[in-house]
Structures are given as C-alpha cells and as structure tokens.
Design a protein around this ligand. Structure first.
Ligand code: F6R
Length: 588
C-alpha cells in the first residue's frame, strides 16, 4: 500500500507532475497525500489528509521532487503523519511504503540522542537515521544503505537530499521501479505511473540500492555498496482503458465488463489452461493461495477441481500459508491468485514456496507486477485495469480460468467453453434486461438493515463468503457468509425478525438442502432473498439468474456485487474508494 513517485532532472513544474502521478497511484492508499520539492537549499512540502480530488500544489519549480499517497499503518490519519517526513535541518526528506517492525527501538534510540519527532509514524526514524549518518561524514547513499539495513520488515523507501539533486531508493519485497529518461530519471511503486514519461525501466530487486541523478542511475549492493549491473527492460504493454467510459464510477464499469472477460477466457485461453492443467497434473500437492476475494476464488477452485477433475487441491489464505507450509516439497505447486500481483502475504508465501523448491504459478491481472515476474508460469487474468478498490471482474476472470483448467485436466474443455459462454451471455443479459434495477429495488427494502447473512453450499459456499465481503466492504452493512449446513450449529442464533438473508440456490445437488436451510431462517423471521434460476415459495424476494451448470459461481456473483453497490449508493458512500481500504495490500 502507499503510492510513491519521484523525479530528478531538469528544473520543471515538479509539484503538479508528482501530484498527477500520485492520482494514478491513489488506489494504493487514500488516507493522505504529500509532495516535496526543492526551494533553494531546503525542502518545500505540501501535504494533507483525504483523497487528492481536485487539490493543487503551489510548490516552486524544481529539479527534484517526490510524493506519496498514504494508507495509514502507524500513526493516525493526520497532516503531521502524512509523508514526506523531513529531517531537522529541512534538507532531507523521506517517503516510505511498508512497516518498520523495529521502529520503536530505533525511535527510542534516536530520542535518547536528542532527535525531535514531529509525527507518530514508523517512517520518521528513517530520516533521522540518515541525517545522523550524513552528520557523521557518510554520503547520502551510504547513510541510506546503512539505515535501510537496520530496518526490519518489508519496506520501500526513497530519500531525497535537495542540496545534491539526488534520490536514493531501496526496497525489500515492496516494489520500486526506476524509469530511465533523457536528462531525467524517475522512480515509482507502479509502472503505470512511469509510462507517461518513459518505457525504459529497471525493476529494483531486493537488497539493491538505486541512486538517481538527472543524467545517470547507479545500482549498488545494499550490504557492500559494490556497483551492480543495470538490467534495463522495455515496457511493451499498455495499461489498457483507464477511463470511465460513460459509467458513473469504476465499480459499475467493471461489473459491466465481466461478460467480456468470461468470453475471452472461453475463447482464448486454451493454451493457458493446458499449461496450467499440465503443471497441476505433474505436481504432488497444489496450493491455491489468495487473500480476500482472491481467496474465495481459490476456495471455489478447490471445489471445481474436486467435482470436475477428481483432483484434490488445497486453498490457503496468503496470511495463513506459513503455518501450513510443512507439506511443501520440490514437487509442490504454489499457485498465487492476485489481481494486483503485489499482495505482501501472497508474495511471502511464494518466497517460502520457492525456498522449498516448489514450482510457482500465478493468475495475475497486473502485468509486470512482482508475482507476475517471479512466477515460473504466469497466466494473465486479462481483465484490464481494475480501478475500483473492490475486486469484481478480476474475481470473475479467476473463476473462469479455474473452471476451464479443471475441465482441461478432466479432458472435457469443450464443456467448460459451453458453460462459460453461457455464463458470459447471462452476465450481459442480466444487465441489459434490467437486473441492476431489480437488485436496487431489493436494496431499497433492506437499506436500513444492520446485519445481513448469506448462505451457500458446495460450489457456492465460497460465493456466499464473497457476497458477504462485497456487501460489507462497500456498504458497511455487517454481512456474514456461511455454509448453509452450519446454520443449526450456532449461526441461527443471530437471526431476528426481518433480518435479510441472501440464499444461493443453483440447480445442482445442493438445492434441496439449501432451500431447507432458507426455510429454517424464514421460520425465525428472516427475509429470504433467493438468487436462483428458479423461484421457490420460501423466497420473499427473488433475483433470477441463468442456469449455467458449474459456472454458477460466476453468474451468482453479479447480483451480490450489485447489491453491495446499490446499498452503498443508497447509504451515500463512494463505491470506488471505501473507507480504510486500499487496492494493493503491500503490507502484512
Ligand atoms: C475485495 C478485495 C480484496 C482483494 C485482496 C487481494 O473486494 O478487493 O479482498 O481481493 O486484497 O488482492 P489481490 O487480488 O490484488 O491480491
């Protein structure tokens, strides 16, 4: 989380330039933002809490500058805690992404030596340590190297010294990409912020230090300071369509694109599915690893591979992987599922897997991301840029790819193509035939609810979990998903008269049992909202969806996404940037 962008080159209107780049990086965090440039021999800063919106900066023209969008970890959301943070002389500034796990002891040490802190952040220790190093005769590069070597955790920092027109960047796991320009160089936490200026980039590796000056970039080893070769790469892809395309927000746009995404997998992913199914076939133990929405795609995958390909695959949460890694061998496959390709818990899981000799696979949306680059087999989700903080179309793309792969493994890819094409058409038809208005009408009836429960079974048990996540994260209605069979084991105690209950009832072997669970909820006063191809008397409200066989999780997701969306709109919230969240979760 946190977006970083830096520039060093010819004097220019660097403030607006950095602010423009930060807008593109704002999906990484929008608690506060800040920009620093040079004003004579001192750093000039503007920073404030909240989203950038229509904010402008009035910083002086400068040959150097950088900026940061923050997702708060240490220290509240205040102007003082917004980055950049400055040293006491006002000559140095730092921006940071990550968590400095040992910041307390470093801070105590610095305070004992007389440093005065102006923020509650972990970040500020960096600038004081660098300041000490320089005061002790070290160069900016050496002081930054030595400081970074003392930090524990997954971090990326950029230090600026305005008296030298020099930026020093270094990272562990958290991404930093250097952009090589003519008479100017750049550094950012995401390639998309660089391509406006240059397509020649260097992906910084862990334990490498980049020194950026107007006319050169030098790479050094973190520990020895020895020079390292610069591996220049060319970005030959475009970020894709970043506009709203006439939609009121990105969530609406991205939900509407889901039919296209599924059709693309059905018609164009034969080779990818074969490569992945071969890899799964050859492995002894496959682990699908994801966080949040991606973890529910992984869990759906475990059901798909079981029922379609008679193959056991494990679904593991990225953050729990290290507690279950004991079965990993050099015959295992760890398959990362990730929209951003930057989720810290998943990257850590893949690093562990690699260390045990396992093969690494990835289903990733963002090209050039850390997971995309580290995987032995990386399959693009092909969903195009997902800019709403909620994951919708990337989730659907993962489900479609896993469905096709399971059928490919079973030797029946034509069945997958058939159900995926039917699902793609059904998604488009749902929206074209007034599905969104029908869901809005349901949302209007339940907009005042404090709690909402979702049940599913089998293939649609993960759909229930995902539906609840989608609803709660965007509308702030407390929503919980359950396996319907668990109702009687305690969950039913939560029901009171009128509580909305979302029920997934596809036409498969789960139908009779799920409807009887719905009846039990209704008997306790629950308002039953059925998402199902067929009506049933137990439903108080019915949202019809197409019957698409084992692609049911794909068509069932859309009404749940829409329910979250309309609840958010009715309650007055921004669906694209819910509070406290960020699109790319680069801290553990
Ligand atoms: C929910 C959501 C998150 C992400 C999770 C993993 O709508 O977007 O739960 O799915 O943070 O992110 P990626 O897929 O980028 O690894």
């Amino acid at each position: 989380m946190c977006g970083i962008f830096g520039y060093v080159g010819q004097p220019t209107e660097v403030g607006p330039m950095v602010l423009g780049a930060l807008k593109q990086l704002e999906y990484r965090g929008y608690d506060s933002w800040g920009v620093a440039t040079r004003d004579g021999g001192r750093v000039a800063v503007e920073k404030q809490t909240g989203k950038i919106g229509t904010a402008t900066v009035t910083l002086p023209t400068s040959p150097i500058g950088f900026g940061h969008t923050r997702w708060a970890t240490h220290g509240g959301v205040t102007d003082a805690n917004a980055h950049p943070h400055l040293d006491e002389s006002g000559r140095l500034a730092v921006i940071h992404n990550g968590i400095i796990e040992n910041f307390r002891e470093l801070r105590d040490e610095l305070v004992a030596r007389g440093h005065q802190f102006r923020s509650d952040t972990d970040t500020e220790v960096v600038v004081h340590l660098v300041e000490e190093g320089i005061a002790g005769g070290q160069s900016l590069v050496d002081a930054t190297r030595k400081t970074f070597a003392r930090l524990h955790g997954l971090n990326a920092i950029i230090v600026m010294d305005v008296t030298q027109n020099e930026l020093v960047a270094v990272k562990t796991i958290s991404p930093l990409i250097v952009g090589l320009g003519r008479g100017a160089n750049y550094v950012a936490s995401d390639t998309t912020a660089l391509v406006e200026y240059t397509r020649d980039v260097v992906y910084l590796e862990d334990n490498q230090v980049a020194v950026l000056r107007p006319d050169e970039v030098i790479l050094l080893d973190l520990h020895t300071g020895a020079p390292l070769p610069l591996r220049r790469e060319r970005v030959d892809w475009d970020a894709g369509d970043m506009g709203l395309g006439g939609y009121p927000d990105f969530m609406s746009k991205e939900m509407a694109e889901q039919g296209r995404v599924v059709r693309q997998v059905a018609t164009g992913y034969t080779e990818y599915a074969r490569a992945l199914s071969d890899t799964i076939w050859e492995s002894y133990g496959t682990f699908l690893v994801g966080c949040g929405t991606a973890s529910y795609a992984a869990l759906t995958g475990s059901y798909l591979f079981s029922r379609i390909a008679r193959r056991h695959v494990n679904a593991v949460l990225g953050s729990e992987f290290k507690y279950q890694e004991h079965f990993l061998t050099n015959r295992s496959l760890a398959l990362a599922l990730s929209q951003s390709g930057e989720t810290a818990d998943i990257i850590e899981a893949m690093v562990t897997s690699r260390a045990r000799g396992a093969k690494i696979g990835a289903l990733v949306n963002v090209r050039g991301s850390t997971l995309d680059r580290m995987a032995d087999l990386s399959i693009p989700l092909g969903a195009g840029p997902e800019q709403c903080v909620l994951s919708t179309k990337a989730y659907i793309a993962k489900l479609a790819i896993l469905t096709l792969t399971a059928h490919t493994l079973a030797g029946t890819p034509e069945i997958a193509r058939d159900i995926l094409l039917r699902a793609a058409d059904a998604l488009d038809r749902f929206l074209a035939e007034g599905g969104s208005a029908r869901v809005r009408a349901v949302a209007e009836q339940i907009a005042g609810a404090d709690h909402l429960y979702v049940i599913g079974r089998g293939l649609n048990y993960p759909t229930a979990l995902e539906a609840a996540l989608k609803i709660k994260e965007v509308s702030y209605v407390h929503a919980e998903g359950f396996a319907a069979g668990e109702l009687k084991h305690g969950v039913i105690a939560l029901l009171t008269a009128g509580t909305p209950c979302l029920v997934f009832a596809p036409i498969d072997e789960t139908r009779a049992d799920i409807l009887s669970g719905a009846m039990e909820m209704k008997s306790r006063g629950g308002l039953i909202i059925g998402i199902s191809p067929l009506h049933d008397p137990v439903f108080d409200l019915h949202l019809p969806v197409a019957d698409v066989g084992d692609a049911s999780p794909i068509v069932n997701a859309l009404p749940a996404q829409l329910l979250g969306y309309h609840l958010a709109k009715l309650r007055g919230y921004d669906p694209d940037k819910p509070r406290n969240l960020a699109k790319s979760v680069t801290v553990k």
